[in-house]
Design a binder for this molecule. Structure first.
Ligand code: ADP
Ligand code: 5GP
Length: 207
């Protein structure tokens, strides 16, 4: 029996640990495909074009929008971010569970276009831990950190749009939970209607 891939969105405040969780999830399991976004923000130290992001100029990004090459896009703290369509469609076709690590405006666009998307929201146990992690990561200036914390206030208002709220305290436990929720989603009745109808037809043959 073919198992269809699930489209999964993982959102969370900047510094909540999304990137760290995704890295560990992909290291442990091989049925996940992580979409690589396009962005106009500059690469952080150690980031490579085509690995963490496809780094684009504003003009290049706007051309991608115009060509319909993105499933969704949004502006986040003065930069564009968006999900290239081709990879997502290809990987879902191969039966992979495809993960989009994106912010809330993009998440809502994806849910509208693909209503059976699973939406996960990751949070640190408390706000102090968030600030500590962002500062500790050491990749942004204090000014950008303040903007990201301000954005977190807005994002916190949108959490009800998500299916699950996941605390990233102990990393291992958090990765387990993300995996369990995605795998559990495969058993949802609405995702197996084809098979259910086949079984119904077969059962009638006993009558
Ligand atoms: P995001 O992708 O959500 O912006 P990161 O994955 O970059 O967040 O994590 C932010 C910082 O917090 C990183 O320095 C990372 O090593 C650290 N971190 C992530 N998860 C945990 C955790 N469970 N416990 C402690 N530190 C964590
Ligand atoms: P960062 O600059 O820390 O890598 O990402 C900033 C925010 O942009 C994070 O919340 C991240 O999830 C989000 N993001 C990354 N890629 C995309 C994308 O393709 N689309 C949208 N809408 N948000 C994205």
């Amino acid at each position: 029996m073919d198992r269809k891939g699930i489209l999964v969105v993982v959102s969370g405040f900047s510094g909540s640990g999304k990137g760290t969780i995704m890295k560990e999830l992909l290291r442990r399991y091989d049925n996940y495909a992580l979409s690589i976004s396009a962005t106009t923000r500059s690469p952080r130290e150690g980031e490579e074009d085509g690995r963490e992001y496809f780094f684009k100029t504003r003009e290049e990004f706007e051309r991608m929008i115009a060509e319909g090459a993105l499933i969704e896009h949004a502006c986040y703290v003065e930069n564009y971010y968006g999900t290239p369509r081709a990879y997502v469609e290809q990987q879902l076709g191969l039966g992979k569970d495809v993960i989009l690590e994106i912010e809330i405006q993009g998440a809502l666009q994806v849910k509208e276009r693909f209503p059976d998307t699973l939406l996960l929201f990751v949070s640190p146990p408390d706000a102090q831990t968030l600030k500590k992690r962002l500062v500790g990561r050491g990749t942004e200036s204090m000014e950008v950190i303040e903007s990201r914390l301000a954005r977190a206030v807005e994002e916190a208002q949108g959490i009800e749009s998500y299916d699950y709220f996941i605390i990233n305290d102990d990393l291992d436990a958090c990765v387990d939970e993300v995996h369990r929720l995605i795998q559990g989603e495969h058993s949802r009745v609405s995702r197996s209607m084809e098979l259910i109808n086949e079984i119904r037809t077969e059962l009638k043959e006993f009558q």
